[in-house]
Design a protein around this ligand. Structure first.
Ligand SMILES: NC(=O)c1ccc[n+]([C@@H]2O[C@H](COP(=O)([O-])OP(=O)(O)OC[C@H]3O[C@@H](n4cnc5c(N)ncnc54)[C@H](O)[C@@H]3O)[C@@H](O)[C@H]2O)c1
Length: 702
């Protein structure tokens, strides 16, 4: 408890010479109103106190401040705003020194930039992550950072949203010193020196030297921003942020600041930032299981076992090694084991050659990974993740073995994409310990982890899987048992519709262009070529299902990138539209008795998106997902749905459910496909004039 208010403490040191203002709003010192008001009051007191010669501003715990309290975004602004507080810093006639004790992010970083000096502890980090919420730093960050660190660094920090270390901040001139000594004592000693040496106040707003080069040559800014703008495509925030930074170069400080404020306001009120904030909260919500008792503790995981050294097994093993958890890969086949371990090493070597991993770190990670043909080693795992071939009988046999050998209480997980987790669990005498951990390929890269809760899965097993997911840096989403779970089940609707579009008259490159322009990293056909067409072909043959175009491509030996040709032909990894494919498609249309027609981009887009939304509604109806937001998280982190469009269910609400229902009806009637008929939940929400966002979290049906 502070003496200014519950969030701010004002202390006097060195015979009242130095005022120490401590922000204390656990856990992250979010800059809520009370904290802002407290800082302003403490500054005013220090300014008025003739004994005080300098002020040190610092935070408690691991945070200087993580920035704005984003729950306040949707409320009216209350003064003092962060702007007001920083203006008060600018107006101070006594030096104010930010003692950055830990993370200084967003508004917290801007607060530090508004001080006259900045000191950092060695483990401090500074960042402006607003772009990740579809925003820009709106409290002077776009104006002060270029002045302190130069245009290139400012662009990198503001447009990537990635934080930098104290050492990098020192090298760039953002902080004045990195202090080893204990905080805040070392900072107080530094403040004494500033006073004794009568160092002039160093306001970032007055600095010009670092932006002079960009002022003379505007291409400096454009060059620095180019890679970020290329990636932004339809997203507004990067372009707005760039405009704000340009203001810092071209306009007097106060005008630049005012423009920054206007740009911020436009973003914060816009749909894109709302979408990004939705994803931000949905990701955190997804970790909450409504029926989970509070006292459930996850099983501690110090060793992992992965069964199968194939594509997925290898990637999953890397996930554990990357965070320092020893992992043993158990194989049935020596050649497969050797190949698998070699592929892991190769993956790391690629990272080393790209400079994203040091050779020493690669060695360290490799030491966490071992391989064996001896199944007895599963006894060592606190968690065992099975990633053998996708065959139910094989998986059942493996789980019967795991049941016999694994230690009591160990979590037994399957990485199956399509098989019934309950059937796999039933092969053991401990189905409560069994669940699905569905990683996405490449498992060491993709962040989504679908955790499949079986009907017997215990709370402890679920809590353990969630904890492992977090430990591995994944984004876990708990889902129910069904064919394809959430992500692939919805994707299947898109795949069917994409094939239908080809038969009716579209070409792969037309469909892909629409989906790419919507914001996905690639369209459905480029994605199929990457994954390989043969996998789906084999599954369709086993299920007696046909996809005329895809089947014809496979029959022609076109399995995608791995054979150099699929829906496209490949020059290296670049897809090139192929007249041969057009011929195959035209023939398939003719065989089906379809007269090909020109299909508009609007229709393509609707048919690529709305059937998935409809399936999402069914998933909610059946209790396969707990919340619409969970589905959004699956699509953003597993399939590259553009975060600034918030995920399919959020997007549906922004389009309007009535419109989607009407279009689906029309497509259902035209195609005769009952799966395109609007889901009952969709009909119900339309009738009640509600959106998916109004649905309360539900328990999974198990
Ligand atoms: N490839 C993907 O994109 C992807 C994505 C998510 C989930 N999955 C699922 O992951 C699992 C593995 O897929 P994959 O692509 O890695 O397959 P894969 O064919 O690359 O690897 C399977 C490995 O399991 C080994 N194996 C087979 N029987 C074994 C046994 N009894 N004991 C130990 N090892 C055994 C094989 O030798 C092979 O190395 C499947 O269930 C698949 O559906 C795959």
């Amino acid at each position: 408890m502070g003496n200014i208010n519950p969030s701010v403490d004002l202390q006097y040191h060195n015979a009242g010479h130095i005022a120490l203002v401590v922000m204390d709003n656990p856990p992250v010192n979010a800059l809520k109103h009370e904290l802002r008001a407290g800082i302003a009051e403490a500054l005013a007191k220090a300014a008025a106190d003739p004994a005080v010669e300098a002020v040190v501003l610092t935070g408690t715990g691991r945070f200087f401040s993580a920035g704005a309290d984003i729950t306040e975004f949707n409320q009216p602004r209350r003064s003092p705003t962060l702007h007001d507080v920083i203006a008060a810093l600018d107006a101070m006639q006594k030096p104010v020194i930010a003692a950055i004790n830990g993370q200084a992010l967003g508004g917290g970083c801007e607060l530090a930039l508004g001080c006259h000096f900045r000191l950092a502890s060695p483990h401090a980090r500074l960042g402006l992550p607003e772009i990740k919420l579809g925003l820009l730093p709106g409290a002077g960050g776009t104006q002060r950072l270029p002045r302190l660190a130069g245009v290139e660094r400012a662009v990198r920090m503001i447009l990537s949203g990635e934080p930098i270390s104290a050492q990098e901040a020192l090298a760039d001139g953002i902080v004045d010193a990195v202090l080893e000594g204990p905080f805040p004592d070392a900072a107080i000693a530094y403040a004494e020196r500033v006073v004794a040496e009568r160092q002039p106040l160093r306001r970032a707003r007055d600095r010009e030297d670092k932006i002079e080069a960009a002022r003379r040559d505007p291409s400096v800014l454009d060059k620095a921003a180019a890679p970020y703008l290329r990636r932004a495509r339809g997203e507004q925030a990067p372009e707005f942020a760039l405009r704000a930074i340009r203001g810092a170069i071209e306009k007097p400080f106060d005008e630049g600041l005012q423009q920054e404020g206007q740009l911020f306001l436009e973003l914060v009120q816009g749909e894109q930032s709302k979408a990004r904030r939705h994803v931000f909260f949905a990701e955190r919500e997804a970790l909450k299981i409504p029926d989970m008792p509070k006292d459930v503790q996850p099983w501690p995981v110090t060793r992992a076992v992965v069964i199968g050294a194939g594509t997925m097994g290898g990637g999953i093993a890397m996930c554990f090694a990357n965070v320092g958890i020893p992992v043993e890969v158990v194989e049935s086949d020596q050649a497969a084991l050797t190949r698998g371990l070699e592929r892991i090493a190769e993956n790391y070597r690629t990272s080393v050659s790209r400079g994203s991993l040091s050779a020493a770190e690669m060695d360290r990670r490799m030491q966490f990974i071992s391989g064996t043909l001896d199944f007895g080693h599963v006894a060592e795992g606190d968690v065992v993740i099975e990633a053998v071939f996708e065959e139910l009988d094989l998986k059942k046999r493996v789980f019967a073995e795991l049941d016999r050998l694994a230690k009591p209480g160990a979590l037994l997980a399957t990485n199956t994409s399509t098989l019934d987790v309950n059937a796999i669990a039933a092969a053991t005498k401990r189905p409560e310990s069994v669940l699905g951990m569905h990683f996405f390929s490449p498992a060491n890269v993709m962040r989504l982890l679908e955790i499949v809760r079986g009907k017997a899965t215990s709370h402890q097993a679920l809590a353990t899987a969630l904890a492992i997911g977090k430990q591995l840096g994944k984004v876990p989403v708990v889902v129910g048992v069904c064919d394809g779970f959430v992500g692939n089940r919805m994707l299947a609707r898109r795949t069917t519709e994409a094939e239908r579009l080809l038969l009716e008259g579209a070409l792969p490159q037309e469909v892909d262009a629409v989906v790419y322009d919507f914001g996905f990293p690639m369209g459905p056909f480029a994605m199929s070529d990457l994954a390989g067409l043969d996998v789906g072909w084999r599954i369709r043959k086993a299920r007696g299902v046909k996809a005329p175009v895809s089947d014809a491509l496979c029959e022609a030996g076109r399995f995608g990138q791995k054979t150099g040709a699929g829906y496209y032909r490949y020059e290296g990894r670049t897809p090139v539209p192929d007249p041969e494919v057009e011929r195959i498609i035209a023939e398939a249309s003719a065989r089906a008795g379809i007269t090909r027609r020109k299909i508009s981009s609007q229709e393509i887009l609707e048919r690529m998106i709305y059937p998935m939304i409809n399936e999402g509604a069914r998933i909610l109806e059946e209790g396969i997902a707990m919340r619409p937001g969970d589905i959004d998280v699956v699509w953003v982190y597993g399939y590259g749905w553009p975060a600034w469009r918030g995920g399919p269910m959020f997007f549906a609400d922004s389009v309007g459910l009535r419109q989607i229902r009407d279009r689906l009806k029309e497509y259902a009637e035209r195609s005769g496909d009952p799966l395109l008929q609007p889901a009952p939940l969709l009909e119900k929400l339309v009738a009640e004039n509600r959106g998916f966002g109004s649905l309360a979290p539900q328990r999974l049906a198990t």
